[in-house]
Design a protein around this ligand. Structure first.
Ligand code: FES
Length: 642
């Protein structure tokens, strides 16, 4: 249910979900409220007055009963349960200083357009169950058991080609299954990879099991493995689960995992760990809906090239060494059990093909999900992580590249950086005159670090308030206790020690800013290089699609302000979510969409960036907030001081 919230005195109105936290609502709407503790309820700074509507706030020690009776609340302890009119008292908005400039707009990329992106699909999975009643053999009709089975399949489906089979274990069990089931069995058929290929019998089960047809879609991420269990009879998601990839104990990123794999037994250990993670997830989803892992009839997975190699137990060393060649791009359709994945011995695991060492199956799956290969107009597809992957193209052509953005967006290389987790600062505003912060943390817990979206907010806000300049250097002329010279040079104190969970001042330093500028510079240089390669500019783009979990939290305006995303019409931006998982999910449900992946692979051409002189030139030009060429960022130019 939607609720309206109006903030006074600036008259900013927003529509939000019922139950949303008021401090988060204000932060997302660009309404400044002093908030020092991230929403933990302890600093008592975020007092607002409810002028209309009901709330579900909790009375805290930071607010006395009289104030409560007069309508005062702590924004961070208030949830929106009706339409509200909220007044921000002067002392809370600006410590008595009126805001001289217009309120800012911040905007997350909404999922409004998900359907436009991924389109419709049918419930016609690549695996099918058919219940078959056979007539028992007689002296007159004593063809082999398999022949009898295939003959009946043909009789029941005239349009079908005679199916094949390739699994010797199937033959070992077949005579007994048929007889024990009194010749009434369910056949599991796998559709041919192409239209012209016949179906394949992968299992024969006693009795009628057609009501149990399940598939598992898996995204094998370097950090997290996510999966959804689908009922393939109706296409519905019936359970979801995710877990940290157990390989994390062998290294945080793909490079350190490849290094680890060179140890004796390393490849085997990494394979065991990723399989163990997948098995844990299978156990979790199956428990949720009370089915057995052996009820899953197909597993469709996607991961980056290194994860794909590691799942198959392949040596990934050449991925890391120039000229960066993977062992293979297409992985054979495999029986999941051969990889030790907990599944029925006949169940196949399909792994999305990759394009190059750093543009893997996860990107192909995302591009496939959002149907770039069907678009007439040119789109830019971006997946931001340690490696930023970029694809530009349409139904006629696609070029792709990976840019080594570094781990800044995942908290790496930032003094107080952390992954998306409880207590991470995810949203930040600064009052342009008092320079006081408004901090919102994940779960409204005491602040303990900064995650990627928080980092983007902090840098954009410091820039717009003139606390840092476009080189990412602090304004040396500012006389403010929060801007000071620390052990690593100039820094801004985001949270004082007494308010942080870690018991020390939580700061952002010039070194952190440098790392962020390099990360966003690599991404922007990647867009520019690919566009230049095909003789295009940003103006030729019809859509910019953000994939990956990070995209969910990105504030569009701020990401543009720092030059991470191009300064284009905001309506061109779309958010896909976990494209890797989504592609696998769609393929698992609709075999015609599944077959289209072949079109995607055919269209994609990888451009190597690592030693590309064009990329280096663009990279150098991008090491500025937002860019050295401000004609590329007209809306940001308007916002910058001076
Ligand atoms: Fe609400 Fe600190 S008490 S932000």
């Amino acid at each position: 249910m939607k609720r309206k919230v109006k903030f006074l005195p600036d008259n900013i109105s927003v529509t939000v979900e019922h139950g949303e936290n008021l401090l988060t609502v204000a932060a997302n709407a660009g309404v400044f409220i002093q908030a020092f503790c991230g929403g933990d309820g302890t600093c008592g700074k975020c007092r607002i007055k409810l002028e209309k509507g009901n709330d579900s706030s909790t009375q805290t020690a930071s607010l006395n009963l009289d104030d409560h009776a007069e309508g005062y609340r702590l924004a961070c302890q208030t949830n929106v349960i009706s339409d509200l009119v909220v007044r921000i008292p002067e002392e809370v908005s600006a410590r008595g200083k009126a805001l001289k400039r217009k309120p800012k707009t911040t905007r997350s990329i909404s999922a409004r357009s998900l359907e436009v992106l991924i389109g419709q699909w049918d419930i016609d999975p690549p695996v099918e169950k058919r219940f078959i009643k056979l007539s028992p053999p007689t002296v007159e009709d004593n063809v082999s058991d398999m022949k009898r089975l295939m003959r009946k399949i043909r009789q029941d489906c005239h349009a079908c080609k005679e199916p094949t089979y390739d699994h010797p274990e199937l033959l070992k069990e077949l005579p007994f299954t048929l007889r024990e089931a009194d010749w009434e069995v369910t056949v599991i058929l796998l559709r041919g990879k192409r239209v012209e290929e016949p179906d394949r019998i992968i299992a024969v089960e006693p009795g009628d099991t057609t009501d149990k047809l399940y598939g598992l879609a898996v995204d094998i991420g370097t950090t997290t493995v996510c999966a959804v269990l689908l009922d393939l009879n109706n296409g519905k998601t019936i359970a979801e689960a995710s877990a940290y990839n157990d390989q994390i104990s062998c290294g945080e990123d793909v490079i350190s995992r490849i290094v680890y794999s060179r140890r004796p037994g390393g490849i085997q250990e990494l394979q065991t760990k990723v399989v163990h993670t997948i098995n844990k997830i299978i156990e979790t989803v199956c428990k949720k809906v009370i089915i057995s892992p052996s009820d899953i009839s197909y597993i469709m997975a996607a991961g980056n090239t290194t994860m794909s190699h590691m799942l198959f137990g392949l040596d990934s060393r050449f991925i890391r060494e120039a000229p960066y060649t993977p062992t293979c791009s297409q992985f054979p359709l495999t029986r999941a059990a051969q990889l030790n994945v907990t599944a029925h011995p006949s169940v196949r695991l399909f792994l999305y093909p990759g394009i190059a060492s750093y543009v893997g199956g996860d990107i192909v799956s995302g591009v496939h999900a959002c149907r770039l290969h069907k678009q007439e107009k040119v789109c830019l597809f971006i997946d931001i992580g340690t490696n930023g992957e970029i694809v530009i193209g349409n139904r006629d052509w696609m070029i792709c590249a990976a840019c080594s953005a570094g781990p800044a967006f995942e908290g790496g290389g930032i003094s107080y950086g952390m992954r998306v987790d409880r207590g991470a600062i995810e949203n930040f505003h600064i009052h342009p005159e008092t320079l006081d912060p408004m901090i919102v943390t994940i779960d409204h817990a005491k602040p303990r670090g900064i995650c990627g979206s928080g980092l983007i907010s902090i840098v954009a806000e410091l820039l717009e308030a003139g606390v840092i300049d476009q080189r990412g250097k602090f304004n040396r002329n500012l006389d403010h206790p929060r801007v000071r010279k620390g052990p690593d040079g100039y820094e801004y104190v985001i949270v004082w020690a007494k308010g942080s969970l870690i018991g020390e001042d939580l700061t952002i330093t010039e070194i952190d800013l440098d790392n962020l500028i390099r990360a966003k510079g690599a991404m922007y240089a990647g867009y520019m290089t690919l566009l230049e390669t095909v003789g295009m500019t940003f103006n030729d783009l019809d859509r910019v699609i953000l994939a990956g979990n990070f995209g969910a939290y990105i504030d569009l305006e701020r990401a543009i302000s720092i030059g991470l995303l191009p300064d284009l019409d905001r309506e061109k931006f779309y958010y896909l979510g976990n494209g890797s998982l989504m592609g696998a999910q769609i393929s698992l449900t609709d075999h015609k969409r599944f077959r289209e992946r072949l079109e995607v692979i055919k269209l994609m051409t990888n451009i190597e960036m690592s030693e590309n002189p064009r990329f280096m030139n663009h990279y150098m030009a991008s090491l500025f907030l937002p860019h050295t060429d401000m004609t590329l960022f007209p809306t940001v130019l308007e916002k910058l001081p001076g």
